[in-house]
Design a protein around this ligand. Structure first.
Ligand code: B12
Length: 225
């Protein structure tokens, strides 16, 4: 994934903002960065680097620097950042007058991580796509029923856990079994997903981040993917 360089001193500020349990520093951080001329999407990417750091510190079993409570607090602050930056993200987007297509998005069953999916949804929506967000922990029956009912052009699935990623394949199989697979394109994303995995389960596209997701969805609508 494309990563913008980040200074240690800046990373410290990112972590302070993400780990502030009162949820006050994140607004100051976002507003300061906007004031300095950083784009809303770049700010989210910087915050993402902080989440990576927290994730790594949580993952390291021998020297655990971060704990479940840190995942919870940083997740909540990231959601605050999205709310603060959403109007800016919408402004930054090219103002599309034509409707590009309808995308049904959701995080798959067993997985409650919703930040990446939400950012991807906002970027798509700001660029002319209609978004129907099914939320998190979405089972295959719900994906199938909503595809039948709402007739989206694209189904976008997200997963961040190695244990929930395989479920994306289950959803694709369920769409096939119901005769709906050829009516929709499928794009998958999320930290635990790779391009190779996307190909293996028969998805039409893989998004490494929200901007890549936008490009891929435009290509899918143009029949290029
Ligand atoms: C915040 C967080 C949480 C929060 C989530 C809050 C929320 N509302 O989402 C909470 C506290 C709930 C949580 C819980 C858990 N978490 Co957690 N969590 C994280 C953390 C720190 C950040 C995740 C995040 O939001 N990243 C930022 C977003 C923007 O990145 P992203 O999702 O990849 O999205 C981008 C792209 O991938 C893409 N994209 C994503 N989805 C989609 C979809 C489409 C359609 C498209 C086009 C694009 C797209 O676009 C996005 C923007 O560019 C990560 C570490 C990390 N760096 O990822 C761990 C991490 C994902 N969690 C982890 C774990 C283990 C857990 C728990 C099991 C912990 C526990 N013991 O309870 C639980 C699982 C709960 C569950 N059943 O889901 C592990 C997963 C390891 C693994 N390989 O399975 C990680 C990697 C931490 C680690 N290093 O160990 N977590």
């Amino acid at each position: 994934m494309f990563k913008i360089p980040i200074l240690m001193s800046e990373l410290k500020l990112v972590l302070e903002a993400l780990l502030d349990f009162k949820g006050e520093k994140i607004r100051d951080f976002c507003e300061r960065k906007l004031g300095e001329g950083t784009s809303a999407y770049e700010i989210l990417q910087e915050l993402n680097r902080g989440l990576d750091e927290i994730g790594k510190g949580y993952e390291n079993k021998e020297f655990r620097r971060y704990f479940e409570s840190d995942l919870i607090v940083s997740g909540a602050n990231m959601r605050r950042a999205i709310e603060i930056l959403k109007p800016e993200l919408e402004k930054e987007a090219r103002k599309e007058t034509k409707r590009r297509g309808k995308v049904l998005i959701g995080t798959v069953k067993g997985d409650v991580h919703d930040i990446g999916k939400t950012i991807a949804g906002i970027v798509l929506q700001s660029n002319g796509f209609e978004i129907i967000d099914l939320g998190t922990d979405v089972d295959k029956a719900t994906f199938v029923n909503k595809v039948r009912e709402l007739k989206p052009d694209i189904v976008g699935m997200s997963a961040l856990l190695s244990s929930t990623v395989p479920y994306m394949g289950e959803v694709i199989k369920a769409l096939e079994a119901e005769g709906l697979r050829n009516r929709v394109k499928v794009i998958v994303g999320g930290r635990a997903v790779s391009k190779e995995f996307a190909e293996r389960i028969g998805a039409d596209a893989y998004a490494e981040d929200a901007i890549d997701g936008l490009k891929k969805c435009i290509s899918l609508m143009e029949g290029k993917e």
